[in-house]
Design a binder for this molecule. Structure first.
Ligand SMILES: [Zn+2]
Length: 229
């Protein structure tokens, strides 16, 4: 078996950025595709002037993922990483990593009242309407409703948490559906993601549909020809 050599990063620095998060970010950006250990991250997280070690570096690291949208891999995502090892594969940020805005408890109460404690997802005029605590007939799990921000491109962090019309209640399955299959910037379905996650049989149906749509014929031997020749 060929053991792939693990590439470890190094602290270049100096990292004089003002915040713990900015210093950790700079360390990762200097070491794209390379493994960083928690020792290295802690080293850089220290205040460059006082040398004080922050206790919350781990929290700042997770904010780089959740708030800034960076991908930072750990042993949970990558078999070749050990515990306490981290890697940022590229400087790309997920555009959907908008601020983690939440409705206030009062707003969320209003949303649930309006929703009748049911999922408000609608598709082709068909509403989901699964209730909190119901058994989801598709996933088999128990339904838990959580808030979904309806229009992320007009986010106003000052008023939105107080405005029930900006939010809706969604069941877990539809939260995933929205995140994975719904492009919140265009408001359109992410067809590519849907096809990718479809079963082979469903992909074949889509494939045949597209062949037909573009005027091709799939023959029994697997060859494809244009219908008009
Ligand atoms: Zn639902």
């Amino acid at each position: 078996m060929v053991e792939e050599k693990k590439l470890y990063g190094q602290i270049r620095g100096p990292y004089n950025q003002k915040t713990v998060k900015k210093r950790i970010e700079a360390l990762f950006l200097d070491n794209l595709g390379k493994i960083l250990t928690s020792e290295q991250i802690k080293q850089v997280a220290k205040d460059p002037y006082t040398g004080k070690q922050p206790e919350n570096w781990h929290q700042r690291l997770s904010e780089l993922r959740t708030d800034d949208g960076y991908t930072i891999l750990t042993w949970r995502n990558r078999g070749d990483l050990r515990v306490e090892e981290y890697m940022m594969p590229s400087a790309d940020k997920r555009p959907t990593a908008a601020k983690r805005l939440r409705p206030t408890a009062q707003t969320w109460k209003l949303v649930l009242e309006r929703a009748g404690n049911r999922c408000e997802w609608e598709e082709d005029g068909q509403a989901c309407r699964l209730g909190e605590g119901d058994t989801d007939p598709v996933s088999g799990g128990r339904v838990r409703l959580t808030p979904d921000h309806k229009a992320p491109h007009s986010v106003n962090p000052d008023t939105d948490p107080l405005d029930a019309t900006q939010w809706r209640a969604l069941c877990g399955r539809h939260q995933v559906m929205k995140r994975n299959y719904w492009d919140s910037t265009t408001g359109k379905l992410n067809i590519h993601a849907i096809i990718q996650s479809a079963t082979r049989a469903e992909k074949l149906i889509a494939f045949r549909f597209l062949l037909d749509y573009f005027g091709y014929i799939l023959h029994a031997d697997g060859s494809i020809t244009r219908a008009d020749v």
